[in-house]
Design a protein around this ligand. Sequence first.
Ligand SMILES: [Zn+2]
Length: 225
Amino acid sequence: MAKAQFKGTILSGHKQAAVEVPFDPAKKWGIVAAAMKPGRRGHEVEATLGGVRFSSFVVARSRKFWLLLEHEHLRAAGVAVGDDVTVSLEPASRRQGGCICGAVRFRVTGPPSFVCVCHCNSCRHATGGAMVPWATYPEGSVVPVKGDLKRIHTSPGATRGHCAKCGTSISYQHIKRPGEIDITLASLGDPEDLEPTAHIWVEDKVAWLVIDDGLPQYARTVGQE
Ligand SMILES: [Zn+2]
């Protein structure tokens, strides 16, 4: 996704400010369109305003969106409330994730190496889902921000991580894939742009679930038919 430029006006809020940008549905631009979906809280972006670059969020409003600004961003960019400005946005290279109760938060940096949907018995059992979408990252690019994962061995060589308080499933690691960690898409704050490219462990798939999305299906994992 490339950088895109938007023209908007600076508004002041009680704690934060925002650049308010009218949204033109005819000119849908991925990251903003994703944030415009009903119920979305926001989409993390890198913004450039007045030559200053910072991380922030776009938040959907009716027929417009807000880019949230800290007052220090305003000062650094040399702009003030009421000014008309041009802001450029690009997807954040990092994203935040966490469990549903908020006790565990973490940050991932960079893109995942693989995004898939797993149908294995153990993923279904551990999460209660009919299938589990995962994103695979280099272990070092997942950094804890708050709380610790409770890790348990669920099958030979496999370790799953979840929040000890609320039980949200967060991670999976296997000794056959050292240096890698899988993160549940559901625990990544903003998984809208992370689309699975394969179904794995389809040999365990529940019979009533019909896959018709055209993605490759692997009986077990990729390269392990
Ligand atoms: Zn929790």
